[in-house]
Structure formats: structure tokens, C-alpha cells
Design a protein around this ligand. Structure first.
Ligand code: AGP
Length: 591
């Protein structure tokens, strides 16, 4: 998945492209490139690595251009594989995956054409040039009909110096119309400015930008009128504000992100529609990926315990191909920070097609998921730049736990007594004590593997702690149900293996401690995150962090904080960039 940007208008295109690409780096940062059209001459620059490497391209002359920041799918992150891809009269940038690339490439090879990259996207440039008869939009329509897979495409031709043609299928693409010209991008914040009208391309739609106007076309070729999106320009460009990394800064914003999310919920304009849906819900499916999936797992514990309603939590990439049983009165909750994750969107679409009510939990107001869903609950975490999700996870939990309480009420089960309103302050305290995990770092630096153990809600948090550590420290790690360890995985415990136990349930604490003891007896170094002070002194524990007690079900919103901090400190101590871990991107818009 990648970010694409483009401009046709009165201004110089290059600075606009570079600025837009910088804002799109959350979609990929392993190579980048721009192509600017200047009266029939094409200026091109591509670089392996981040957008910064393109700085010299800022001086390119020309009013029409396209740009790309890449997350490698086909082919290594090299300069050759960077976009734009150019063949004959065509230059293009592509986000998505072309599934029939092999067969199409063979066709081109038979015509004697040669390829310079290993990407699936280059084949599109060949096909376009083959179909091109002086009309870029017509060539794009013909070409798109031959492509299987997902695509957001921006295409220029050397023979049409004012035009950019666009196509969209299963990858987001927006167009902005401003007084000085027409913009395009993978998402709104990359281009949005005051006074700009922004339009989202729909599935299988095309567009033609001519420097002044944007024309939109349905799949069958009809020109269509589009309504501009209702969006607000983001005034605040996130900065590190004195922190060394965005991840650490975003962790410091956890209390605010919880408080703001609670505030959004209090003033939710569709509360009666939501209550109506909750009242009738007999089954709940939660679909999500990665960290959002883990918040779904935590929510399952809360929904089932508090409202006694059966909840299935599914990894979206599995759900979408599984033919899930969606009964009448099933509420499907799609959880996604970005609202653009391809698998989550596909799972949500499937649920909707099958007649379920679709509720989105997302951090991005104008996201594809928000537009697709029947009801949307926004987490108010604010923009999250670091690839590793932190404050957005705490905000998702805040929202889902509040939903569990609404659901319990709708099912006539009364309040839980937990002081959810004091969560921001408790999170502040958890943040402060999390600094202690810094001292744990040396024990993790060269660990062969790390284990996170818990039961119930603590197990869900163990999974998130492990994911965080893996993605930014590159250490092999597993989150495991404490009681399951003895059924095989215990074999991996050696002298010195770091084990992190999460203990927030007095009901389950002794049971978890059994497993902890089994690892300790085999030489593990055991670290503890707990809200139960009496366990800190146990002989098995090398070091511990005490977090405030909010009760077993809702503890994840606090117990995850020391684990996020641990991942951060280990990552930095290992010399990694926690904001931009290798091989990953913030938003995964391909399947
Ligand atoms: C979290 O640290 C990850 N980077 C990743 O697992 C992420 O949560 C996942 O890709 C889902 O993203 P979404 O919430 O934007 O859908």
C-alpha cells in the first residue's frame, strides 16, 4: 500500500507534490518519486528511502505532476521499483495490487517490450501506452477493464500536458477542487486547504482533471455529478513537541485521548438510534486487524460479562473470506484507527451486504469506513503518526467499554460500579509509573524470545504488548494465555527468557501465578504489570510496575500503558526508529 498525490493547475506542481507526499508517509516510506510535466517534457525523480530524498525535485518546473510514496508489495524497496512508472508516452502512480500481472506482463513481453522494475504497477504503464490513442481517459478505461485486483491510479500522458486521469477500485482516492487548480491524493489531509471542495471517488469510478475542473465518470462511462464531502481542514500539523519520537509523544497524550473520547460520547448526536440498535442486538461480531483486533478482544470480555451477549471477534482478513454466519439482529462492529484498512473495509462491506447493522469505531472522520457504516462512533485520539498504535488503542477501549455499559443498560443489567469517568486521571498515573519499565530494557535487548502472559482481559493485553514489542523492537515475542503455556510453549523457556506477566484480576491472580512460577522455575526473568500490590513482593518477580485498579474487565486501558512503554524503550535501545519500523506502514490499504 502506498500514498499517491497529484496536481494540475496554475501553481508549480513540485512543491505541492512533495508536501502532499510528506503527509502520506504513514502509508509507506520505503521509496518515493515524482514526475512533473513541463510543456511536453517530463521531469522525474525517484529515490529509495523516505520522501526527504526527493528534496532536489522541488525546483522542477511544470504545473502538472504526480507523486508516490511506496510500501513495497511486488519487488524490493529500490529506486527502480519506485513510482512513477514510465513507459512510452505514459507516466503513472499506483496504489494497490494487480493480481493478473503475470499474464499481462507476458503479453507485453511477447510484443518485445522490456521492463525495468519488478513491480506489478509497471505493467499498467505498458498496457496504457498500448491502448493510448490520444485520449488518456479512454486509454485508462480500457486498461482498467483488463486489470484484476485493487487500484488507485493517477496517469499522465506526454501528449496531453494539462490532464491527469484517475481510476479507483478498492483503494481510496480523493480529488480537491480549489481556486488555483485541481488536486488528488490517497486521503484528504494530504491536500485539504481552506475553501477547497473535496470529492471521494467511488468504487470503479474514473475522473479527469484538466487544471481547472474535475470531471467524474461512472463505470459505464456516464459523467456523474458528485457532492463535495463535509470535512474540516486539519489546522494542527502534528509535531513532536520536544519528544524524541512521535510514539512517545502520542503515549503522553493517552489521558487526553481518553478524556476527549469520553466527551465525544457524551454528546453523540445519534444516541437514541444507537440505543435502539443495542437494544435489538442479539449477536455481535467485531472485525478488525492488528491492534484494533486486540481492542475487539478486550471488548468481547466486557460485552459478554456486562451484557451477556455472545460476541465473536474476527481478524478481518479471515472473516472476509469465511462466509460467516450472520444471523438476524447481528450487530457488526468494525474497529479501525485509520478507517482505511482494506481487510476491515472488506469485512464491513460483507457484513452490510449480509443484512447486519454496521457500526464503525474509527479515529478518522472522513474515512472510507465512516462513510460505509450505518452508525459511526469516533475515537478522539487525534492524529496518530507513529506506526505503532498507542493512544488510539486506549481511545478504542474507552469507547468500546462505554458501549459495553450502554449495552448492559439496554439489556437491563445496571451499572458496573467501575469509575470509568476517572480514567483520564488513572491513565496519567499509569503513564507516570510506566517510566519504571525503562530499567527493564537491558534484560530484553538480545532476548531470543519474549513471552507476555495473562488470563481473561489480561491475556488480550498480553497479545497487544507482544505485538507492540515485535513491530518496533523486531524481537520474537508471543502473547499467551497463562494456563495454556504448559501445553507446549513452556518448552521455549530458557534461563534468562524475559516473561512479562499481566495481573489485574484477583479472581485469576493465583492461577496466572502458577504459570509464572513454572517459567521462573525454568530460569525465566519475570516482570510484572499489576494492579494488585500484594503480588509485587513474590519471589518469582524480578521487577514490577503498579498501575491503578479499575477492575478486571476495564483494566486493559491502563495495563497496556507499561507494555507500550516497554516496547518503546527496547526499540530505542536497540537503535531502531519506533516511529517508522521496517517493513510496516501506518495504514494498510492493500489486502
Ligand atoms: C498497530 O501498532 C499496528 N501498526 C497495526 O496492527 C494496526 O493496528 C492495524 O494495521 C490496523 O490498523 P487500523 O486500526 O488503522 O485499521
Amino acid at each position: 500500500m502506498c500514498g499517491i498525490v497529484g496536481y494540475a493547475g496554475r501553481r508549480q506542481a513540485a512543491p505541492i507534490l512533495l508536501e502532499g507526499l510528506k503527509k502520506l508517509e504513514y502509508r509507506g516510506y520505503d521509496s518515493a518519486g515524482v514526475a512533473v510535466l513541463d510543456n511536453g517534457t517530463l521531469h522525474v525523480m525517484k529515490r529509495a528511502g523516505s520522501v526527504e530524498g526527493l528534496a532536489p525535485a522541488k525546483s522542477f518546473a511544470g504545473n502538472v505532476g504526480i507523486g508516490h510514496t511506496r510500501w513495497a508489495t511486488h519487488g524490493a524497496p529500490t529506486e527502480e521499483n519506485a513510482h512513477p512508472h514510465i513507459f512510452g508516452r505514459i507516466a503513472l502512480v499506483h496504489n494497490g495490487i494487480i493480481e493478473n500481472m503475470k499474464q499481462l506482463k507476458e503479453e507485453c513481453l511477447e510484443r518485445g517490450e522490456t521492463f525495468i522494475s519488478e513491480t506489478d504497477s509497471e505493467v499498467i504503464a505498458h498496457l496504457l501506452d498500448f491502448c493510448y490513442e490520444g485520449d488518456i481517459l479512454a486509454a485508462l478505461k480500457k486498461t482498467a477493464a483488463r486489470l484484476s485486483g485493487s487500484l488507485a491510479l493517477a496517469v499522465i500522458s506526454l501528449e496531453e500536458p494539462q490532464r491527469i486521469a484517475l481510476a479507483r477500485r478498492a483503494s481510496p482516492l480523493v480529488v480537491g477542487r480549489a481556486e488555483d487548480g485541481v488536486y488528488l491524493a490517497s486521503d484528504i489531509p494530504a491536500i485539504a486547504a481552506k475553501g477547497m471542495k473535496v470529492y471521494a471517488l467511488g468504487e470503479n469510478e474514473f475522473a479527469l482533471l484538466d487544471g481547472k475542473e474535475a470531471h467524474f465518470y461512472a463505470e459505464d462511462g456516464r459523467e456523474i455529478e458528485k457532492k463535495p464531502l463535509d470535512y474540516a481542514v486539519e489546522e494542527d500539523v502534528p509535531e513532536k513537541k520536544g519528544f524524541r519520537h512521535f510514539m512517545r509523544k502520542e503515549m503522553s497524550e493517552i489521558p487526553l485521548s481518553i478524556a476527549n473520547t469520553q466527551q465525544i460520547l457524551r454528546s453523540y448526536p445519534k444516541i437514541s438510534a444507537l440505543r435502539e440498535v443495542l437494544c435489538h442486538a442479539e449477536y455481535i461480531h467485531i472485525v478488525a486487524c492488528g491492534t484494533a483486533y486486540h481492542s475487539g478482544l478486550c471488548a468481547k470480555v466486557a460485552f459478554e460479562t456486562r451484557a451477556r451477549i455472545p460476541v465473536e471477534v474476527a481478524v478481518a482478513s479471515e472473516y472476509r473470506y469465511r462466509d460467516p454466519v450472520i444471523q438476524r439482529n447481528t450487530l457488526v462492529i468494525a474497529v479501525s484507527q485509520s478507517g482505511e484498512t482494506a481487510d476491515t473495509l472488506a469485512a464491513a462491506e460483507l457484513a452490510k451486504r449480509s443484512g447486519a447493522t454496521l457500526l464503525a469505531v474509527t479515529n478518522v472522520r472522513y474515512s472510507s469506513l465512516a462513510r460505509l457504516s450505518d452508525l459511526v462512533l469516533f475515537t478522539a485520539a487525534g492524529r496518530e503518526i507513529a506506526v505503532a498504535a498507542t493512544k488510539s488503542f486506549n481511545a478504542q477501549l474507552t469507547l468500546l467499554f462505554a458501549l459495553a455499559e450502554e449495552l448492559a443498560m439496554a439489556k437491563g443489567r445496571g451499572g458496573c460500579g467501575a469509575e470509568l469517568f476517572s480514567l483520564p486521571e488513572l491513565a496519567q498515573r499509569a503513564l507516570a509509573s510506566s517510566e519504571e519499565v525503562r530499567a527493564w530494557t537491558p534484560h530484553f535487548l538480545s532476548a531470543k524470545s519474549v513471552f507476555f502472559l495473562g488470563r481473561g482481559a489480561d491475556y488480550c493485553v498480553a497479545l497487544e504488548g507482544s505485538l507492540k514489542l515485535k513491530e518496533i523492537s523486531y524481537l520474537p515475542s508471543e502473547g499467551y494465555p497463562a494456563g495454556e503455556l504448559k501445553h507446549g510453549t513452556l518448552a521455549l523457556i530458557e534461563k534468562g527468557t524475559p516473561v512479562v506477566a499481566i495481573l489485574t484480576s484477583s479472581r485469576l491472580a493465583e492461577k496466572t501465578m502458577n504459570a509464572v512460577h513454572e517459567t521462573y522455575a525454568r530460569g525465566a526473568k519475570v516482570f510484572l504489570v499489576t494492579s494488585l500490590p500484594e503480588y509485587r513482593k513474590r519471589e518469582e518477580i524480578l521487577s514490577s510496575v503498579l498501575i491503578p485498579d479499575i477492575g478486571e474487565i476495564y483494566s486493559p486501558v491502563l495495563s497496556v500503558i507499561p507494555l507500550q512503554a516497554l516496547a518503546y524503550y527496547v526499540s530505542v535501545a536497540r537503535g531502531n526508529d519506533p516511529d517508522k519500523p521496517r517493513n510496516l506502514a501506518k495504514s494498510v490499504t492493500v489486502e
